[in-house]
Write a protein that binds this ligand. Structure first.
Ligand code: GTP
Ligand code: MG
Length: 499
């Protein structure tokens, strides 16, 4: 991504200041008003503002630029082939030329996807190579239809999004054109009790009795089953948390998480200590539990979750897109908590860079071609050519599904009428991203125990208030290290989450 100059950052920051906090005065953060800062400090400050020196020498940069965790998984799925139709005739004593009785082939198995609690990673899926459903069995004589192929249900963690490509006119069967008219983005952010159909199994061939006509009483042909469609799916696991911590490397996000939850997040003096997202849970012991229910409906102590993601960096010395990639983990957070390090030379500039990253991510700027996630991962359409059988028109008409006949329960999207399979509206090709800039947000000003940070805190506060319509600015000074002020940050989270 290209970095925006400072002046632009101002203009992107300003309109989003406290959009949901207007006129809010009840949560008076009185401790904010005249907090005296401790002057004794244990300094973990990094003098080099460019952060380069904070990089752990034992973890050279190329190690972390390769995004080591498996939250994006291209997988190849293949529906089962249809069994062939059978050519057979009744043969009995005294019935020398009996009527045709070839059974039809069984349909191939379908591929389904289901989001379940209990799965935590997409790791296993990646190792399976092609995930293939069973083939339908061939039809047999005596009108015995072939057995259906076995279905496959891909179980993924709740929070997985699946994206897959368009099927084009010539290459897809009628069936697929009905079920998959366009690129699909499926967001499995809740468990799905019923598996969702991804690729329907291919239809089986028809046995020879289907081709009886007034002039042809004993057809000596049947049709072959269709080949099962294959396609490449991009699965993406997004961490689901109520609050997302967004900050530069070393700002103290993991320290904050450690201070407020039982999560033992790794904390280090170097940038990029955190390479995979951590989720911490804050249990609100002061709340009455009767009003809250867990995923299975049972009453639980009210709680919320906080996601600590790897640090975001605006500097060009990182691979393009690395920082943005992690933002997907806070994309679905309900509240954004920006963590700034008051001990750095320009906390305001840092906050603005963070906003710039968020907005660049939201606008898809890490992906200039606008081709969406598939392009990012180098994925492409690998659907097999499903040539229509070379059949006479009468037979073709039989194979074409009748209007309104092909309805698949479990497909959660509507098939648009008259959809043009070859053309995609430009906007739809771009991966859908949630609007992050409209979420409620506040700022955690960390490392307030370090000497000389008080002035920076007030300067930052003044600047935010001057640029905001809100009366109270959620800028909470804390020391994650000493666990001071963190309760106030939690209060803000509770408030913004509506507790
Ligand atoms: N003085 C002081 N140091 C702190 C405070 N909070 C964190 N630190 C230190 O700052 C350094 C970075 O802390 P982390 O919690 O690992 O920072 P992070 O934001 O998670 O960093 P990444 O995971 O690399 O993005 C560590 O050396 C911490 O001990 C604080 O409140 N005061
Ligand atoms: Mg960390």
């Amino acid at each position: 991504m290209t970095l925006r100059p400072r002046t632009i950052l101002h203009s992107t920051l300003t309109p989003f200041l406290y959009p949901r906090l207007l006129n809010h005065t009840t949560l008076a953060i009185s401790f904010l008003s005249r907090r005296s800062f401790s002057s004794t400090c244990r300094c973990h400050q990094n003098d080099d503002p460019a952060l380069a020196s904070t990089t752990n020498p034992e973890h050279p940069q190329h190690e972390y630029t390769s995004a080591p965790f498996s939250d994006l998984r291209p997988i190849l799925v293949a529906a089962g082939d249809g069994g062939n139709g059978c050519v057979s005739f009744l043969r009995e004593k005294f019935v020398p030329n009996g009527p045709p009785n070839g059974g039809s082939g069984g349909a191939g198995g379908s591929i389904y996807i289901q989001a379940v609690y209990g799965e935590t990673s997409l790791h296993k899926l990646g190792r399976q190579g092609v995930i293939k459903a069973g083939n339908g069995a061939n039809g047999r004589g005596s009108n015995l239809s072939g057995k259906r192929g076995e279905d496959i249900v891909i179980r993924v963690p709740v929070g997985t999004a699946a994206e897959y490509p368009v099927y084009h006119h010539q290459s897809a069967s009628q069936l697929l054109r009905h079920t998959h008219p366009t690129r699909i983005h499926l967001d499995l952010d809740k468990p799905t009790p019923q598996p969702i159909l991804l690729v329907p199994g291919a239809p089986g061939g028809l046995g020879n009795p289907h081709f009886i006509t007034p002039t042809l009483r004993r057809p000596k042909f049947a049709t072959k089953g269709n080949k099962g469609a294959k396609m490449k799916l991009q699965l993406e696991l997004k961490v689901l948390a109520d609050v997302g911590l967004v900050g530069l490397p070393n700002a103290g996000k993991s320290s904050f998480l450690r201070a407020v939850s039982r999560r033992k997040a790794r904390v280090g003096e170097w940038a990029f200590t955190t390479l995979t997202p951590n989720i911490g849970t804050v249990v609100m012991e002061d709340r009455d539990l009767s009003n809250y229910s867990g995923p299975e409906g049972e009453h639980i102590q009210p709680r919320f979750t906080i996601a600590d993601i790897p640090g975001l960096i605006a500097n060009a010395h990182m691979n393009k897109g690395l920082g943005h990639g992690f933002l997907r983990h806070v994309e679905r957070a309900r509240v954004l908590a920006f963590v700034v390090d008051l001990s750095r030379p320009d906390p305001l500039g840092d906050l603005e860079s963070l906003w710039a990253e968020v907005i660049a991510y939201e606008n898809g700027e890490d992906n200039p071609e606008g081709l969406g996630m598939m392009a990012e991962m180098g994925g492409d359409f690998v659907g097999e050519e499903l040539e229509p059988e070379d059949l006479n028109p009468e037979l073709k008409a039989k194979l074409e599904p009748e209007e309104g006949l092909v309805t698949y329960t479990g497909v959660p999207w509507n098939v648009p009428e008259d959809s043009d399979f070859d053309e995609l509206p430009a906007g739809e090709a771009v991966r859908k991203r949630e609007k992050m800039s409209t979420k409620p947000w506040f700022v955690i000003a960390n490392k307030a125990d370090v000497e000389g940070t008080e002035e920076k805190y007030w300067a930052l506060k003044k600047h935010l208030e001057a640029n905001s319509a809100a009366r109270e600015v959620g800028l909470i000074p804390i020391s994650a290290l000493r666990q001071e002020g963190v309760d106030k940050a939690i209060d803000w989270m509770k408030f913004l989450l509506g507790f």
